[in-house]
Design a protein around this ligand. Structure first.
Ligand SMILES: NC(=O)c1ccc[n+]([C@@H]2O[C@H](COP(=O)([O-])OP(=O)(O)OC[C@H]3O[C@@H](n4cnc5c(N)ncnc54)[C@H](O)[C@@H]3O)[C@@H](O)[C@H]2O)c1
Length: 363
C-alpha cells in the first residue's frame, strides 16, 4: 500500500502496516516532506520512497491500494486521484466532508471498478461484536442509547470547527448504531450547543434522537467539555430489547440484565484500525463487500449531516431528504464526465445507494 498522510493518525497507521502480516507499505506521501521522512524513520524504514503527491512518487511502488490518512478536506481529491490511477482505497473517516462529495466518490468507485472502503475504526472491538450478538439474540431493540462524556483538549482544528462533536466524533457512534441495529436511520431531531465554560469555538455538546427503520430509536448524548466521570472513548451503551437490557461500557465485557445470562464471550478478531485493515484486505482478496464500503458508509455520514442540519434549523430532518439534496449537489458539481454520467444514471440518491440496484449496475 501507499500511505498518504503522515500526521498524528498517519503514524498510528504506519505502525499498524508494519505489524501486519497481510499488507506492507511501499511508499509514503505527505505535503510536508519533513514530516513524512520523520514518520518513515520512526518505523525503521528511512529508505521508504517519499513524495508530495501520489503522482510524484519517484519509483513505481507497485502498490495494490492507497491508504488515505490526510485531513478530511483533502479526502475527496486524494481518494479520487487514487481510484482513477486504478488503485483500491482504504480511507480514514469521514469519506469526505459532505454527503455530496461522498456520493461523487461512490460514483468514481463504480466508474473505476475499484474498492473504496472507509475505516470506521470504532466498529472493530471484540466486546462490541459480543454486545451486538446479545442485542440481536434478545431483540428487537426498542431504544438504543449512547452516552459520551469527555473533557478532551486537542488544540488544533477541532477547537475551531462549528460542530466539532457531531462532525469529528459522533460519526463513530452513529456508524456503530447502524451496525448494532442492522437497519437504516429514517429521521433525526438534534440539539447541539456549547456550554459557557467550553474551550471549543463551536458546539462541543449535543443530544440527538434518531428514528430507525422498524421503529427503533437511537438516542445519543455527548459532550467533549465534560470534566469528571468520563466515559470510555466508545461511550457507554445501553440496548433496551424485547428480552433484556444489554449494557456495554465501551471497554469491558457487555452485561445482560433480565435473562440471568453471564458474560458474553468475545472472539479474538483484530481491533480498531488493525480490524479495518484486515477487513479491507479480505475484501480485496475475496470480492466481499466490507463494512465501510463507500455506498454503505454514506449512511453514517448522512446521519452526521442530518444531525447538523437539524441542530441549525431546529427541525426534524429526514435522512432521505439529506441524501437527495446531496445527490442534486453532486450532479451540479464540476465532475469528470464519466463520474457525472454515472451519477445521473442512478436516477436518485437512494437508487444509487441501494445495494440491489448497485449489484445490477455492476452486472
Ligand atoms: N479513527 C479514529 O479514531 C481517528 C482518530 C484521529 C484522526 N482520524 C482521522 O484521520 C485523518 C487524519 O487525521 P490526523 O489527526 O492524522 O491529522 P493531521 O493534521 O495530524 O495529519 C494530516 C496529514 O495529512 C497531510 N496532508 C493534508 N493534505 C494532504 C494532501 N492533499 N496530500 C498529502 N498529504 C496531505 C498533512 O500535511 C498532515 O501531515 C482525519 O480524517 C481524521 O478524521 C481518525
Amino acid at each position: 500500500m501507499v500511505q498518504i498522510g503522515a500526521g498524528g493518525m498517519g503514524r498510528a497507521w504506519l505502525e499498524t502496516l508494519v505489524r501486519s502480516a497481510d499488507a506492507d507499505i511501499v511508499g509514503l506521501v505527505d505535503l510536508d516532506l519533513g514530516s513524512a521522512r520523520e514518520a518513515a524513520a520512526s518505523i525503521g524504514r528511512p529508505d521508504l520512497p517519499i513524495a508530495r503527491s501520489l503522482t510524484d512518487l519517484a519509483i513505481d511502488p507497485g502498490a495494490d491500494a492507497v491508504l488515505n490518512v490526510t485531513v478530511p478536506a483533502a479526502h475527496h481529491a486524494v481518494t479520487t486521484q487514487a481510484l482513477l490511477l486504478g488503485l483500491a482505497v482504504l480511507s480514514e473517516k469521514p469519506a469526505a466532508p459532505t454527503v455530496a462529495e461522498a456520493l461523487s466518490l461512490a460514483a468514481t468507485a463504480e466508474v473505476t471498478g475499484q474498492l473504496l472502503m472507509v475505516s470506521q475504526s470504532r466498529r472493530y472491538f471484540r466486546q462490541l461484536a459480543a454486545f451486538r450478538r446479545e442485542v440481536r439474540n434478545t431483540g428487537p431493540v426498542g431504544l438504543l442509547s449512547n452516552q459520551f462524556f469527555r473533557a478532551a483538549h486537542f488544540g488544533g482544528f477541532r477547537e475551531e470547527m462549528a460542530y466539532p462533536l457531531l462532525v469529528d466524533m459522533a460519526i463513530h457512534p452513529f456508524d456503530v448504531a447502524r451496525y448494532l441495529l442492522g437497519c437504516e436511520p429514517v429521521a433525526v431531531y438534534c440539539d447541539s450547543f456549547n456550554p459557557s465554560w467550553s474551550w471549543y469555538a463551536g458546539d462541543a455538546s449535543a443530544v440527538a434522537l434518531f428514528e430507525f427503520e422498524g421503529d427503533a430509536r437511537f438516542e445519543y448524548t455527548g459532550s467533549w467539555c465534560s470534566p469528571g466521570a468520563e466515559t470510555s472513548w466508545n461511550g457507554s451503551w445501553r440496548a433496551s430489547t424485547a428480552g433484556a437490557t444489554v449494557l456495554w461500557d465501551g471497554e469491558g465485557a457487555p452485561v445482560i440484565e433480565g435473562t440471568g445470562a453471564a458474560d458474553i464471550a468475545a472472539d479474538d478478531a483484530p481491533e480498531e484500525i488493525a480490524g479495518a485493515l484486515a477487513e479491507f484486505v479480505t475484501a480485496l482478496r475475496s470480492g466481499a463487500v466490507p463494512w465501510g464500503e463507500i455506498h454503505d458508509n454514506v449512511g453514517s455520514l448522512a446521519m452526521v449531516e442530518a444531525a447538523v442540519r437539524s441542530a441549525s434549523t431546529r427541525t426534524r430532518i429526514l435522512i432521505a431528504d439529506v441524501v437527495e439534496l446531496a445527490y442534486s449537489q453532486a450532479l451540479a458539481a464540476d465532475e469528470r464526465a464519466a463520474v457525472h454520467d454515472q451519477l445521473r444514471g442512478w436516477g436518485s440518491g437512494s437508487a444509487g445507494l441501494d445495494p440491489a440496484a448497485r449489484l445490477e449496475r455492476l452486472a
